[in-house]
Ligand binder design. Structure first.
Ligand code: F6P
Length: 360
């Protein structure tokens, strides 16, 4: 193994730089192998200045830094790239150009740090002979076959701290405070932060809610003298028989953008006579320095990905299972997204301590 490439696809997540650093150091220290960075996801293969050398000096000091030194692009799908042809915007498949680019660069392996979309593309490129290895990244924690993705722990800590802060102002003003959290179709951030922050109501996509049930919880608290409530609402949560709320429609390039359910819930609570406010935590969940856990996990993933490359374990993804790093096929990793187990101990525990999911 003489040369590896590293790219970061999709939205950023805390810990990307820690993976890059660990991969570069492992490649140099253990295999005397050089590393190249691909800028802005798969787009870097198509751009003139899209490839950069990654040596010791490039990765020095990046362990605690959020974001990605390589840049990210969450619309960089080579199978559907928007270009202008004859003055018109058209969508074309440039995957063969990417394959050629990788061959030209003589890469023995390409480490793809990404979420569901990026890893799907990696698996498709593997079918064209590209020696890809996936590393599971996303604050949403929704990738199959791994217990946890890097980035999730940081988002969880930020969300929990936000809930703690909302608690004091909620109590002072006797308000229902709604916090809308990220996660797309997976409720892990809202569930785990809601439990950790002592929320009264948690709404997640996996458990559709009804307003009567939310109001019953708020009223019950008020009757017991607790005149404030905290509601942790996943951006993908939806009413029973209803639809998710989007702030932007999707197309062949952009995935639809969720957003607005927190406002819908807060408005309903106000209509029922309880003062309410909504906070949308948004990209604060993705920015900034990774937690110690994410740095540790990201470092283990980065080093393991290079070891896997050296063994020729392509079209596979590093994964955490039973606390140990292992690897699974990209096919398995991308077959079905991970969702909250609605009968699992996390949900049962939340119910045990009196948290309402708005469904009963
Ligand atoms: O998948 C990560 C994530 O942060 C989701 O939780 C969120 O819905 C989405 O990305 C936001 O994407 P963007 O950066 O395009 O706003």
């Amino acid at each position: 193994m003489k040369r590896i490439g590293i790219l970061t696809g999709g939205g950023d997540a805390p810990g990307l730089n820690a993976v890059i650093r660990a991969a570069v150091k492992t490649a140099l220290n253990e295999y005397d192998c050089e590393a190249l960075g691909i800028k802005n996801g798969y787009d870097g293969f198509l751009d003139e200045d899209g490839i950069i050398p990654l040596g010791r000096s490039e990765v020095r000091g990046i362990l605690p830094r959020g974001g990605t030194i390589l840049g990210a692009a969450n619309r960089g799908n080579p199978y559907a790239r928007k270009v202008i042809r004859d003055g018109k915007e058209v969508t074309i498949d440039v995957s063969d150009e990417i394959v050629k680019g990788i061959e030209k660069l003589k890469m023995d392996a390409l480490l793809v740090l990404g979420g569901d979309g990026t890893l799907h593309i990696a698996h498709e490129l593997a079918q064209k002979g590209v020696p890809v290895i996936g590393v599971p990244k996303t604050i949403d924690n929704d990738i199959g076959g791994t217990e946890i993705t890097f980035g999730f722990d940081t988002a969880l800590n930020i969300a929990t701290e936000a809930i703690d802060r909302l608690h004091t102002t909620a109590e002072s003003h006797h308000r229902a405070m709604v916090i809308e959290l990220m996660g797309r179709d997976a409720g892990f951030i809202a569930l785990n932060a809601g439990v950790s922050g002592g929320a009264d109501v948690i709404l997640i996509p996996e458990i559709p809610f009804k307003f009567e049930s939310i109001m019953a919880k708020i009223r019950q608290r008020a009757e017991r003298g607790r005149k404030f409530s905290i509601l942790a609402v996943s951006e993908g949560a939806k009413m029973q028989g209803g639809k998710q709320v989007f702030s932007r429609k999707g197309d062949e390039i952009y995935v639809p953008r969720l957003g607005g359910i927190g406002q819908v819930v807060a408005e309903h609570i106000e209509k029922e006579g309880y003062e309410s406010r909504v906070t949308v935590l948004g990209h604060l969940q993705r920015g900034g320095t990774p937690t110690a856990f994410d740095r540790w996990l990201a470092t283990r993933y980065g080093a393991a990905a290079v070891r896997l490359a050296a063994r020729g374990g392509f079209d596979r993804m590093v994964a955490l299972q039973c606390g140990e790093i292992t690897d699974i096929s990209l096919e398995e990793a991308t077959a079905a997204p991970k969702r909250v187990n609605t009968n699992g101990d996390a949900v049962v525990t939340a119910r045990n301590v009196g948290i309402s999911f708005g469904d009963e």
